[in-house]
Design a protein around this ligand. Structure first.
Ligand SMILES: *Cc1c(COP(=O)(O)O)cnc(C)c1O
Length: 370
């Protein structure tokens, strides 16, 4: 009998916080305070402490976090912002919102992470920025990025990397600011939408705090052009409850990842996520590569294993970014990467039996393609 293994099951993660969340929700209903308030500040304090930064500014989404961090870093229509084409569309959207020029550079073939050697020839200035995306939970090599970025600001897209480590520091604490998403399937997920900016830079934090709430400096005095990018109180409560077990949940992801990697080592034509020195991935996703990716996905589906592709089309080939003037062949490493990647089931609630089912199905499927 085959066990069906879902790609994701966010409801499984809710069980542990169900009772406490309902109590908190009752208190919120009784208080009449639905946006902001002490619960939001409490979560911000806890998340800043978790990341090892002085400040955390919560917002309504990861996209909002990226947008505000860029604005607060001084990015505008005169700026260039460099990022990788192998990311979720939100990274590029946030750059576009600022009016800056988007510069996409090619990536490392095994990880899909921004290849720092493409930065130096750009001669970036202090009015430019780089957004390294810690794709799938694997931190980018930040010392290489810092060196090649020169005076440009570095804004981390840590939307997939809550708790990941680079050296002895957490993702999000490595650049000028770090941006997180709390979308339900992320390593730290809300019961709805959410996001945050973390930073040690007091004035950057203050500008993000102002702009998330219509640019108010005090009630009805609007110093800056702002947005409605605030976090709900309910989300702050849920996030605060889940933050307590985030390291444990990430450890379970790492355990599943090492079972996968060990089992797949002998399989011909299948590449597994490489171990990257001086860093610790939190495996938001476990992504393998294979030349016959679509056939592999179909074989796995037939064996009850759900898979997904993150992401099938690189940013420069998305219709919404056609005006960048790039086409097929312009960023060849990224294009080949997007054609070969396949995300296997990876979430802390996967049972050992399900992990074994994935392993058996991948072994059979890859062998049958050999
Ligand atoms: C999820 C994600 C975002 C956007 O976060 P939202 O909360 O969905 O707005 C940005 N970048 C990356 C890499 C992501 O995975």
């Amino acid at each position: 009998m085959t066990v069906r293994v879902p790609f994701a099951a966010p409801a499984r993660e809710s069980a542990a916080i169900r009772e406490a969340s309902l109590v908190a929700f009752g208190e919120i209903l009784d208080s009449g305070r639905f946006v902001g308030g002490p619960a939001v500040s409490r979560f911000e304090d806890h998340f800043a402490e978790f990341c090892g930064t002085r400040h955390c500014v919560s917002v309504g989404s990861g996209t909002a976090a990226l947008h505000l961090a860029l604005l607060a870093a001084g990015i505008g229509p005169e700026s260039r912002v460099v990022t990788a084409p192998t990311t979720f569309i939100a990274t590029a959207e946030a750059i576009r919102y600022t009016g800056a020029q988007i510069v996409l550079v090619d990536v490392e073939p095994s990880t899909g992470l921004l290849a720092a050697d493409h930065l130096e020839p750009l001669n970036l200035t202090a009015s430019d920025a780089v957004i390294p995306v810690h794709l799938y939970g694997q931190p980018t090599n930040m010392s290489e990025i810092a060196q090649s970025a020169g005076p440009a600001r570095v804004i981390e897209d840590a939307c997939q990397a809550h708790g990941a480590r680079y050296g002895d520091r957490r993702a999000g604490s490595l650049g000028d600011a770090g941006c997180f998403s709390f979308y339900p399937t992320k390593n730290l997920g809300a019961a709805g939408e959410g996001g945050a900016i973390v930073t040690d830079d007091e004035s950057l934090a203050a500008e993000c705090r102002s702009r998330r709430d219509h640019g108010q400096s005090r009630k009805y005095v609007h110093q800056l052009l702002g947005f409605n990018y605030r976090l709900d109180t309910v989300q702050a409560e849920v996030l605060d409850l889940k933050l307590v077990t985030l390291d444990k949940a990430n450890a379970r992801r790492q355990e599943i990842a090492s079972c996968y990697t060990q089992a797949f080592a002998r399989l011909p034509g299948l590449s597994t996520p490489p171990e990257v020195a001086n860093s610790e991935s939190v495996f938001h996703l476990y992504v393998v590569q294979h030349d016959r990716r679509d056939e592999l996905a179909a074989l796995l589906e037939a064996r009850g294993i759900q898979t997904a592709i993150h992401y099938p089309v690189p940013i420069h080939l998305q219709p919404a970014f056609a005006d960048l003037g790039l086409g097929v062949g312009d960023l060849p490493v990224a294009e080949r990467f997007c054609d070969r990647i396949l995300s296997l089931p990876m979430f802390p609630g996967l049972s050992d039996e399900e992990v074994q089912s994935v392993i058996s199905a991948v072994e059979e499927s890859v062998d049958s393609l050999a």
